[in-house]
Design a protein around this ligand. Structure first.
Ligand SMILES: Nc1ncnc2c1ncn2[C@@H]1O[C@H](COP(=O)(O)O)[C@@H](OP(=O)(O)O)[C@H]1O
Ligand SMILES: [Mg+2]
Ligand SMILES: [Mg+2]
Ligand SMILES: [Mg+2]
Length: 384
C-alpha cells in the first residue's frame, strides 16, 4: 500500500513528520491530556506498544480463522472470552515487561481465575502454544514460556491504575462478540502517565484500509494500526507494513451531512436514544453499527463524523474500553466527552465515572451534539 494511494482515499492524510524528542501538548479541548504542559516524549513506549499490539493482532487473526467451539468460554458476567483474548493479553503483557522491566504496571481486562479451575488445562495448553508460536515469529524473543509463565503474564494485568505513576491499559480483544461473529474487533493498548492518556495504539485486523462503506473502493485489503502520542497527532498504517499516514477527523459542520457510529450490540448502547438524537440533528444517513474501538479508529480518519455510546442504566464503563480510542481521536482533532460535556477522567482507577454515556465528534459539531443529547434525554425522561 503506497502512501500516495492512501492520500487519494483519505485526502486529509499527510506524510509522517520526523519525531520530536520534546513536545508541547496542545491546549485544545483534548479530554485525554487537557493542560498545557511540556510533555515527555513517549517514543520508546510507542514503539514497544505498536510491536506488542501487532504481534497480538497476528495471534487473534490466526484464532479467528480457525475458531473452535472449545476456544470460547463464558465469564461470570456471561460475557464471552476466547483463547485469543487470553493469548493476546499474555503476549502484550510479556512484551511490555521485557521492554520495561524496571517500571511495569498493567490494567487489563482478563485474569487467569477461570483458567486455573479444574478441567481448563487443555485450554491453557492451547493458549500457551499460541503465545509461543507468536513469540517465535519475532526475532527479538528466543524464549519458550511455560503454562505458568503465561498465566502469570495474564495476571500481571491486575493493577488498579490511578492518578500516580505510569500504567499500561489493555483490552486484549475489544469487541469479543464481533470477533466471534467474524466482524470488527481491536487490540487496544494505551499508556497513562499521572492519570492522563499519553499514547494509544489500536490494532484493527478486520478494518478495511479504505473508508468503511466505500462501495467504489479500488482496494479491499484489511488490517489497520492506528497510533497516537500526546501532542504528536494520530497516524494509521497497514498492519503488515510501515507506510504511515497522518489522519484527521471529518471536518463536517452540518450535522445533516454527518453519519454516526454506534455499537452493533443493542445491549451495549441504546439504539432508540441515538436514533432520537440523530433525528434532532437532522442526520440523514443510517447508523453505522460496528463493534469495538474500531469506531474510534474509523472516526479518526473521517469515515464518519459522530460516535454515540449510550449504555443502559447501571453499566459502568472501564478505562480499557476507551483509553486508546480516546487519544487516537483527540490527536486527530476530535473531541471525546461524556453525555453532559465533561472530558473523560482516566485517573480514577479501572472505571470511568460518566454522566450517561460517551459522545465523540469534531470540535464544530460537539456543542450541537451535546444540546441534542440533553434535549433527547429530557424527552425520554418525561415523554409527552
Ligand atoms: N451492558 C453493556 N453496556 C455497555 N458496554 C458493555 C456492556 N457489556 C459489555 N460491554 C462492553 O462493550 C465492549 C464492546 O463495545 P462495543 O459495543 O463498542 O463493541 C465490551 O468489550 P469486550 O468485547 O472487550 O468485552 C464490553 O466491555
Ligand atoms: Mg472491551
Ligand atoms: Mg476485551
Ligand atoms: Mg470482555
Amino acid at each position: 500500500m503506497s502512501i500516495n494511494w492512501l492520500r487519494v482515499v483519505f485526502p486529509s492524510i499527510i506524510k509522517l513528520p520526523p519525531p520530536l524528542p520534546l513536545r508541547y501538548s496542545s491546549p485544545s479541548s483534548c479530554s485525554c491530556f487537557s493542560s498545557v504542559v511540556v510533555a515527555m516524549s513517549y517514543d520508546k513506549e510507542l514503539t514497544a506498544a505498536k510491536k506488542a499490539a501487532s504481534l497480538a493482532a497476528r495471534l487473534c487473526q490466526k484464532v479467528q480463522k480457525s475458531l473452535l467451539q472449545s476456544d470460547v468460554q463464558s465469564k461470570n458476567d456471561r460475557s464471552p472470552v476466547t483463547v485469543a483474548d487470553y493469548g493476546s493479553q499474555a503476549l502484550v503483557s510479556f512484551v511490555l515487561q521485557q521492554e520495561f522491566p524496571a517500571e511495569f504496571s498493567l490494567v487489563a481486562e482478563e485474569d487467569s481465575k477461570d483458567l486455573r479451575k479444574d478441567g481448563a488445562q487443555e485450554l491453557v495448553d492451547r493458549i500457551t502454544k499460541l503465545v509461543n508460536d507468536s513469540l517465535a515469529s519475532d526475532e527479538s524473543y528466543s524464549v519458550t514460556l511455560s503454562t505458568e509463565d503465561v498465566l502469570k503474564a495474564i495476571d500481571s494485568g491486575k493493577s488498579e491504575g490511578g492518578s500516580q505513576g505510569r500504567h499500561w491499559v489493555l483490552d486484549p480483544i475489544d469487541g469479543t462478540k464481533g470477533f466471534l461473529r467474524g466482524g470488527q474487533y481491536a487490540i487496544a493498548l494505551a499508556l497513562l502517565d499521572r492519570g492522563k492518556v499519553v499514547l494509544g495504539v489500536l490494532a484493527c485486523p478486520n478494518l478495511p484500509l479504505t473508508p468503511i462503506n466505500d462501495q467504489h473502493s479500488p482496494n479491499n485489503e484489511v488490517g489497520c494500526l492506528f497510533f497516537a502520542e500526546v501532542g504528536g497527532g494520530s497516524y494509521m498504517q497497514p498492519l503488515d507494513s510501515s507506510s504511515t499516514v497522518k489522519v484527521q477527523v471529518s471536518g463536517i459542520e452540518n450535522p445533516e451531512e454527518a453519519s454516526f457510529f454506534e455499537s452493533y450490540e443493542a445491549a451495549h448502547s441504546m439504539h432508540d436514544l441515538s436514533s432520537l438524537i440523530a433525528q434532532k440533528l437532522g442526520v440523514k444517513a443510517p447508523p453505522v453499527r460496528i463493534d469495538s474501538q474500531v469506531k474510534y479508529g474509523a472516526l479518526s480518519r473521517g469515515d464518519g463524523a459522530i460516535y454515540m455510546r449510550l449504555p443502559h442504566k447501571g453499566y459502568r464503563e472501564k478505562i480499557w474500553d476507551h483509553a486508546a480510542g480516546c487519544i487516537v481521536v483527540t490527536e486527530a482533532g476530535g473531541v471525546v466527552m461524556d453525555a453532559a460535556g465533561n472530558p473523560l477522567d482516566f485517573s480514577k482507577g479501572k472505571f470511568l465515572d460518566l454522566d450517561t454515556g460517551i459522545i465523540v465528534t469534531n470540535q464544530k459539531l460537539m456543542p450541537i451534539l451535546i444540546k441534542a443529547v440533553r434535549e433527547s434525554l429530557e424527552e425520554k425522561a418525561s415523554p409527552l
